[in-house]
Design a protein around this ligand. Structure first.
Ligand SMILES: *Cc1c(COP(=O)(O)O)cnc(C)c1O
Length: 327
């Protein structure tokens, strides 16, 4: 089931040690998995989900795809690129009003040929029904990609990514004790959870919650749980799962989605200056700050190996130029 996908990226993404950063933390070895380098119109974690979602759209005979997000959505930008490759017409429902100047991800999404609809206060696809009706009236066969690409189909990308990671770890004779990543619509986390069961990877997950708002009335824990439960059924995994088994660190989401503070600035500046790697202000900046904070406070077992999963977001850096004036 994991083999049936439409190729959009270059895999495996690199896995390497952050030597300079590790040298600053004598009790920890820090590694990074580079999903910012998937290769799809500047990369990111949605590439993995879209390989399964686009394949599904093709299997169902669809010629048009719709998805939703914020104006700086990395998911929407990668969806626009995926549709260009697969020859699908792409429609994006983006929160807010149309700006005078398109920049960051919005600029790329429109450059990639997406039809963009601005939806005011709604950035999670609340207005999709009328667009679907309109497109169907025009005779189009529409495929709906959920917010963040987060359903079981999209999550398969990360079930498969765990297989990829496990192979890399074995090849390099590394074990990983903790995996940190930015978690926001649940698809990556659900897929990783499922992939750990399928591949027998024992690393502890430390998902850093990014968006404290609910999605379609569901908490992050519920969204992840629903995907994992459906995945267990699909793959015949007998193990019982309870919503309390879904890990989620909510210590760093208080400032709200897309709000950049000294924390994100510190994380971005630290990784840029020690390793020459750029984090984004919305997701990876926040998650990396969470990891740095826990390392500094020695909240993880001493002498452990820690992995940061870089999920992309590079184009948003330019949109946040004002907030990111780093010192
Ligand atoms: C979407 C996104 C995430 C979160 O992934 P989810 O599967 O939505 O939880 C993390 N980082 C970046 C850069 C993203 O674009």
């Amino acid at each position: 089931m994991l083999e049936h996908k439409f190729q959009l990226g270059f895999f495996p993404t690199p896995l390497h040690k952050l030597e300079n950063l590790s040298a600053k933390f004598e009790d920890y070895n820090i590694y990074i998995k580079r999903d910012d380098q998937t290769g799809l119109a500047s990369g990111g974690n949605k590439t993995r989900k879209l390989e399964y979602l686009i394949q599904d759209a093709i299997d169902l005979g669809c010629n048009t795809a719709i998805t939703s997000g914020a104006q700086q959505s990395n998911h929407c930008r990668q969806t626009a690129a995926a549709c260009a490759i697969a020859g699908l017409e792409c429609h994006l429902l983006l929160g807010g009003e149309e700006p005078e100047v398109y920049d960051g991800n919005l600029l790329l999404s429109s450059t990639l040929g997406a039809n963009i609809h601005f939806t005011g206060n709604n950035r999670k696809g609340e207005d999709k029904d009328s667009l679907v009706n309109q497109l169907e009236k025009e005779g189009k066969k529409v495929y709906l990609i959920p917010y963040g690409g987060s359903n079981l189909t999209g999550a398969m990308g990360f079930a498969n990514a765990i297989k990829e990671l496990k192979d890399q770890l074995e090849e390099n004779q590394i074990t990983i004790d903790y995996i940190f990543f930015a978690s926001s619509s649940g698809g990556m986390q659900g897929g990783i959870h499922l992939g750990k069961e399928l591949s027998g990877l024992s690393s502890e997950l430390v998902p850093i919650n990014i968006d404290k708002a609910e999605t379609h009335g569901l908490t992050m824990e519920q969204m992840v749980f629903n995907i994992v439960k459906e995945g267990f059924e699909k793959f015949g995994i007998q193990k019982q799962i309870n919503i309390k088994d879904i890990p989620l660190n909510r210590d760093y989401d208080k400032d709200g989605y897309g709000q950049v503070t000294d924390k994100e600035r510190k994380a971005i500046s630290t990784l840029a200056k020690t390793e020459g790697i750029i984090l984004d202000p919305v997701y990876t900046g926040r998650a990396f700050y969470g990891m740095l904070d826990m390392l500094e406070k020695k909240k993880l077992a001493l002498n452990s190996n820690v992995l940061f999963w870089h999920t992309g977001g590079f184009p948003a850096v330019f949109k946040y130029a004002q907030e990111l004036k780093l010192t």
